[in-house]
Design a protein around this ligand. Structure first.
Ligand SMILES: *Cc1c(COP(=O)(O)O)cnc(C)c1O
Length: 226
């Protein structure tokens, strides 16, 4: 008999249980892995019951969409941490710094410079992840693997950014595990602690390979609204 989880709260509990099991399998402390519930395309009424369970980390990929729903949700749940997981245009950095708490998509020097300037202006320090294009896909954001060390160094030394880790989104047609293993090796090489990797279909694999942040949308909220 299969038991279908029917609400986002049920599915969240299911995901959390799988995360705990994957961490234990890998002899890791489950508390080392942060679940980011990716709420893009879902409205406040869908997100609120998940907040009510105690889930506090959420991810959005579009600034404008996040601006429409998160100021009110953050006012009601002030301890929420909002993660920007989508590509960031340089002219949107002020908006991003005002609303988000963690940026996962730093991928070029100009963006690092603008983020640092806006953080100084706003008096906020946001942890940042450098996104790496591990599949070298032309249409995808992220710095190339071979340019990652230089970008991390520039972020830290020239711009004073707090680089919390690396992010990757493997090509959809690839086996994700080699990309996760590669990102983990790269993070060790450039001495950054965090690994933002793993989505609905592969978060357990990512945890086994060292993920500190998994970004899970569909497995919690169900199919996205288009
Ligand atoms: C949408 C999105 C996710 C979540 O994807 P699911 O497959 O629905 O879990 C994770 N990371 C990024 C960068 C995304 O844009």
């Amino acid at each position: 008999m299969t038991v279908e989880a029917t609400t986002a709260e049920d599915r969240l509990a299911h995901v959390t249980a799988k995360m705990t099991a994957a961490a234990k399998d890998a002899a890791r402390d489950p508390a080392e892995v942060t679940l980011i519930a990716v709420s893009k395309t879902h409205n406040a009424a869908t997100i609120e019951p998940v907040l009510a369970t105690g889930q506090r980390h959420f991810g959005e990929n579009r600034i404008q969409e996040a601006q429409g729903k998160w100021p009110a949700l953050k006012a009601a749940w002030p301890d929420v941490t909002l993660h920007l997981i989508g590509s960031l245009q340089t002219n949107k950095t002020a908006d991003a710094v005002a609303l988000f708490d963690v940026i996962h998509t730093v991928d070029r020097p100009k963006l690092a410079q603008r983020l640092a300037a806006e953080m100084a202006k706003a008096g906020r320090t946001l942890p940042c992840f450098v996104q790496v294009n591990t599949g070298k896909e032309p249409q995808k954001g992220g710095v190339l693997p071979e340019d990652t060390a230089a970008l991390v160094a520039a972020c830290r030394d020239q711009h004073g950014l707090d680089i919390a880790g690396l992010t990757c989104i493997p090509p959809v047609e690839d086996e994700p595990a080699p990309h996760f293993a590669f990102l983990a090796k790269l993070a060790a090489d450039v001495a950054v602690p965090g690994l933002s990797m793993g989505m609905s279909g592969d978060f357990e694999t990512a945890i086994r390979l060292g993920a500190t942040h998994v970004r899970v949308g569909t497995a919690i909220f169900g199919p996205r609204n288009t």
